[in-house]
Design a protein around this ligand. Structure first.
Ligand code: C5P
Length: 240
């Protein structure tokens, strides 16, 4: 990989090579999308807020032993991450009914679930990221049985860590999506991002939406809401 080569352009970030072949530079974009990119808007300041939020979460994870790809935040809107072979799965965990779960199963939003419900989606734009099960993952050779087991265990660990982290800032973690990557030696670790783009976060008291649903559902301005999440995190975790 050449230094500074654009390797990938996603909906919310761009990925570049660096001089170190094991490290990538991620640039968080001032862009919000919904409906798999059908709706797209420029949102000034969103990139830097998400970069700061995910950096802080991943730094906390590094300290508490949840291994992940994060290396270093190098500017307001950029960070360095370990280069991994990404596993094309979106792993969703739900603690409270909401979103597509509520829609698909006709369950009112906001009902606490008896246990954390884990779902897999196949990350494939052309198919619109369909929900799939473990047999599908194996038959498509997306991951082996053992890798699926590791992913599930890690995801549940991450769920508990996130519940605890957000509880400290009076936020209820409704659900979230994570992605995993693989090192050359086969180690699986958390990658991508953890931001209000990828989590549903409700204010514990008011139940206000502090996440991308504000944009998806036209509930108001996105920036003040993401800023609020970052402010609360920085207050408790004391970082800049
Ligand atoms: O839409 P749905 O209810 O399935 O979303 C579950 C969780 O996964 C939400 O927190 C949402 O923000 C996240 N998600 C995501 N990227 C997607 C789909 C869902 O981050 N492509």
């Amino acid at each position: 990989l050449g230094s500074n080569t654009l390797l990938y352009e996603g909906k919310a970030k761009k990925l570049y090579g660096t001089k170190d072949s094991g490290v990538l530079r991620v640039e968080y974009l001032d862009q919000a999308t919904a409906l798999n990119g059908v709706r797209k808007d420029f949102v000034d300041g969103k990139g830097s807020l998400n970069n700061q939020i995910t950096s802080l979460v991943f730094e906390q994870f590094n300290q508490s032993g949840i291994k992940n790809h994060f290396v270093e935040k190098i500017s307001k809107h950029e960070q360095l991450v370990e280069s991994l072979e990404m596993i094309p799965l979106e792993v969703v965990i739900r603690n409270v009914s909401a979103g597509s779960f509520s829609k698909r199963l006709a369950i009112t939003e906001g009902l606490p679930l008896a246990f954390p419900v884990l779902e897999f989606y196949y990350k494939e734009d052309q198919l619109d990221d369909p929900i799939i099960n473990e047999d599908h993952i194996k038959i498509l050779e997306i991951a082996t049985e053992q890798e699926i087991e590791t992913i599930k265990q890690e995801a549940h660990k991450i769920n508990q860590a996130l519940i605890d982290l957000f509880k400290k800032i009076d936020i209820q973690l409704i659900d979230f999506k994570i992605e995993f990557g693989k090192r050359a030696d086969g180690t699986i670790l958390l990658a991508d991002e953890i931001t209000p783009d990828t989590c549903r976060l409700w204010d514990e008291e008011t139940k206000d939406h502090l996440d991308k649903d504000v944009y998806r559902r036209n509930l108001g301005e996105l920036i003040p809401v993401y800023q609020e999440v970052l402010d609360r995190l920085e207050k408790v975790f004391n970082q800049n």
